[in-house]
Design a protein around this ligand. Structure first.
Ligand SMILES: [Zn+2]
Length: 336
């Protein structure tokens, strides 16, 4: 299957980090503007060896963003890049703890403004998931959500949590109050789990954080009972193939995507850190096609799953589904 039809598929992305949207040229430019030396050649900076190294580097390059205009531009350019790849709607994770050169409120306002302007200019319709870091304290996490309640950024749709669970150990109980408050405020809730944690991380995300959407979640295959629960409860798993290959499985042949799909789980396809990983959502869909042999029909089904798992209001969900069915009808008529 050539990639061009997949580029035209009106895609929806639910698991992508603005922190992973910096390319080597932008990093070099920001370093110069900040008067800082690059710690190595720009290409190797973008090739971390593991999750810990990736998180350290994110801290460094996000910390080079010192002015709201720089954050605006990063958000705008990223939404434009997604739009050029045929992504119609995206919920973009921003973890303010990585962006140490800007106050949180200023960062989130600038990112919202960048997404707003990009949507007005006809690029991807991108929204904001503010993310906690697994190493934060319960008090810090609660303070983030209280601040969002007091002054919600205009493009906010939900709360997320990411970070390295292999280093922090189980933290579900610690973040339960922050997630409960987010739920009470009507915010969407999503959590990274089942990547740097095993099945127990997914169970904790469901039970302690109240999420019905998991970022990664692939390690549920290690627990058949959990797989059954996820299928029954219709929990969406926001899978990122290349990211999982780089940081977890080492080879696409060992990735459990086909087992997840065969197990009846609600799977969506995502990029995680697209620029850092050198992928696009189109190329990730093409890789999923190689793994599952699911044809355009499978790609359309995964997109429909993503629309239904999104935190978009009902009217936006209907528009996205309508656009997807028009695409599906056209794809069918081209086949016949
Ligand atoms: Zn992620």
């Amino acid at each position: 299957m050539d990639d061009e039809p997949l580029r035209h598929l009106p895609k929806v992305e639910l698991h992508v980090h603005l922190e992973g949207s910096f390319d080597s040229d932008r990093i070099a430019e920001l370093a110069e503007e900040a008067g800082e030396q690059l710690p190595g050649d720009p290409q190797s900076i973008l090739r971390p060896r593991n999750l810990s190294e990736l998180l350290e580097r994110l801290d460094w390059w996000c910390g080079l963003v010192r002015a709201p205009e720089q954050a605006f531009r990063q958000a705008y350019d990223f939404a434009a890049r997604l739009g050029a790849d045929g992504v119609a709607y995206a919920e973009v994770i921003v973890n303010p703890s990585h962006w140490r050169g800007l106050r949180r409120e200023a960062l989130l306002e600038a990112v919202s403004a960048g997404f707003d302007q990009a949507a007005r200019d006809g690029h991807c319709d991108a929204w904001l998931l503010v993310s906690l870091l697994r190493s934060q304290s319960a008090g810090e996490a609660l303070e983030v959500v209280e601040a969002l309640a007091a002054q919600p950024p205009s493009r906010l749709v939900g709360l997320s949590i990411d970070g390295n669970e292999a280093e922090t150990g189980p933290t579900g109980k610690r973040f339960a109050p922050a997630f409960a408050l987010a739920g009470a405020l009507g915010l969407g809730r999503t959590a990274h789990a089942g990547e740097s944690s095993g099945p127990e991380g997914i169970i904790s995300a469901l039970d302690d954080l109240g999420v019905r959407r998991i970022d990664h979640g692939v390690r549920c295959v290690e627990d058949p009972e959990l797989m059954g629960r996820l299928a029954t409860e219709g929990v969406a798993l926001n899978v990122c193939l290349t990211s999982n290959v780089e940081l977890l499985y080492g080879s696409i042949d060992r990735h459990p995507l086909a087992a997840l799909v065969d197990g009846g789980l609600a799977v969506t396809i995502n990029t995680d850190d697209p620029v850092t990983l050198g992928v696009t959502l189109t190329s990730e869909f093409a890789l999923a096609q190689q793994v599952c042999r699911w044809g355009m029909r499978g790609a359309i089904a995964a997109t429909d799953t993503a629309i239904r798992a999104s935190f978009a209001p009902a009217s936006r969900v209907s528009e996205l589904r309508k656009r997807l069915s028009e695409f599906a009808a056209e794809a069918r008529s081209e086949r016949t």
